[in-house]
Unconditional design. Sequence first.
Length: 207
Amino acid sequence: MPSTQVVSEVSDVADGALLVASELVAGYVPEVNILDGVNLTLAKGEIYRGIWPNWAGMSTLVMMIFVLVPPRRGRVGVCGVDITNKTAHELVSLGVGYVPQTANVFPTLTVEENLEMGMYLRRRQFTERFAHVTDLFPLLGQRRKQKAGSLSGGERQMVAMARALMMDPSVLLLDEPTAGLSPANQAEVFERVQSINAAGVSVVMVE
């Protein structure tokens, strides 16, 4: 089981960190901040697991790191590169993968087609990356021709995680990956996260 941390207790910018979020402020309504001065530092090879109460801004944090929510203040850096104003496809190219909490697969596409969508920037490497992710998720290799919408919730989560890994990211952002899953499927997700980390990917997971 990954270690539990609270975002407000994470130290500020550290030299040599893989990912640094510094003094982040964000919200959706003018003059109302959901996040107010949040700091997060992720080292290479680390799993960060932040557990917050509902409505505390955990999904906002992950979306802001992936620039889906623009920060009102603060910055985010990956490997020393400021990504605060980058586009999503630029972040993917820089080695940042993201798995949203909901609507995270294309239900009418097969498992294989979903994974192809994750390789739109490097299509020629599909065979190599497909072999890698199906080694981490053997079931997906067996179900490669099955429509993603026909899979169980836990299996769809595996598809979403595998698709984010197709571009060989250095850091993977997971937004509540166990939400709505049975205890058995939750345990499976945690095991897969540890396998992903063991394969060299640092992980930020909020729940």
